[in-house]
Design a protein around this ligand. Structure first.
Ligand code: NAD
Ligand code: UDP
Length: 333
């Protein structure tokens, strides 16, 4: 019998790639999403699949279903999005984790929680191993996400200790790729869209802060290996350990796109982590996993995606304008 798999946040950037990969492997996939930051556009290629179901639901509200596996990804991930409704972010993280843990316990399902490198805060240990407890401001603008995700990890481990729940906690580091929203606000999508549109590339602060960028297919493979290794509990870091400054990323994007955009510096957001790089020895040993797509190659795929998406948007807007001029109903862009 096919495995029944629930993916919360399945209409988002990572969730849609995960649903696609699980369907390709023959699973029955249920995508639960409230479409707050995700989009039906991300699911277009999956909707005809008879093994795919979409449920519009807020993960912060109880939900019941008989499933074998749950990937709990529902949560806004871009700082701009999670800070726009901070209390909503806390509810999504904490109540979502509680609801999914309850559901998984009742269904005897394995539950994978999408945690984040943000639980390390502005790290004083570099690179960050799983043993590091982090350096997090509990009352700052990023806390709704950081502390929400830390509490979600706590919930997982207490459910394991007290209810025998089979859990896996993945600490995901910065991941990028096709299906990021053009207005998502994260650095890779911002820089690519700005470069393609010939607009200034906005570097926050000096640009000397670092991140380590993982291509989406690598990350999805890591999540699936973790789910399939039933003895692996985690927390386990998943990310690409090749570190680069934000300034270097900007120059790379300008280089690959051949853009004439200039670089401008804007104010550094509060509590912006200065450095980030995953220690991935655990994932390498336990999951035999290592990212394979170098940054230049992954950026190439992502830039090609945004080129298509932006030109589709321009075409749709032209058709709408022409229809409006002819007095016909406008097509939403
Ligand atoms: P995303 O914003 O593209 O996707 C999140 C999805 O969750 C969206 O489809 C959104 O509509 C849905 N969602 C949000 N709140 C919800 C709620 N209350 N109920 C139901 N659905 C809800 O972000 P993403 O990059 O795909 O991130 C997915 C998960 O991975 C998140 O949990 C995020 O914290 C984690 N993560 C991502 C990264 C990354 O670099 N992409 C890094 C670390 C952790
Ligand atoms: N950043 C930037 N310009 C942008 C968007 C982000 O310089 O237009 C910086 C941001 O300040 C941070 C890094 O890029 O230092 C990564 O930001 P992102 O929002 O992608 O993710 P984070 O790792 O901070 O959650």
């Amino acid at each position: 019998m096919a495995t029944r798999i629930l993916v919360t946040g399945g209409a988002g950037f990572l969730g849609s790639h995960l649903c696609e990969a699980l369907l390709a492997d023959g699973g029955d996939v249920i995508c639960l999403d409230d479409f707050s930051t995700g989009s039906p556009v991300n699911l277009e290629s999956l909707l005809d699949n008879r093994r795919f179901t979409v449920v519009r639901h807020d993960v912060a509200l109880p939900f019941q279903l008989k499933v074998d596996q749950i990937y709990n990804l529902a949560c806004p991930a871009s700082p701009a999005h999670y800070q726009a409704d901070p209390l909503g972010t806390v509810k999504t993280s904490v109540l979502g984790a509680l609801n999914m843990a309850k559901l998984a316990t009742a269904a005897k399902a394995r539950l994978l929680q999408a945690s984040t490198s943000e639980i390390y805060g502005d790290p004083e240990v570099h690179p960050q191993p799983e043993e590091y407890w982090g350096h997090v401001n509990p009352i700052g603008v990023r806390s709704c996400y950081d502390e929400g995700k830390r509490c979600a990890e706590t919930i997982m481990f207490d459910y394991k200790r007290h209810h025998g729940l089979n859990i896996a906690v993945a600490r995901i580091f910065n991941t990028y790729g096709p299906r990021m929203h053009p207005k998502d606000g994260r650095v890779v999508s911002n820089f690519i869209v700005q470069a393609l549109q010939g607009k200034p590339i906005t570097i926050y602060g000096s640009g000397l802060q670092t991140r380590s960028f993982c291509y989406v297919t690598d990350l999805i493979e890591g999540l699936r290996r973790l789910m399939d290794n039933r003895r692996a509990t985690g927390p386990i870091n998943l990310g690409n350990p090749t570190e680069c400054t934000v300034l270097a990323l900007a120059r790379l994007v300008i280089d690959i796109t051949g853009s004439k955009s200039r670089i401008v510096h804007k104010k550094l957001p509060t509590d912006d982590p200065r450095q980030r790089r995953p220690a991935i020895e655990k994932a390498q040993q336990l999951l035999k996993w290592c990212p394979a797509v170098p940054l230049t190659e992954g950026l190439g795929y992502t830039i090609a995606y945004f080129e298509r998406r932006l030109s589709d948007g321009r075409r749709e807007r032209r058709v709408s304008a022409a229809k409006r001029a002819n007095g016909q109903a406008a097509v939403p862009a």
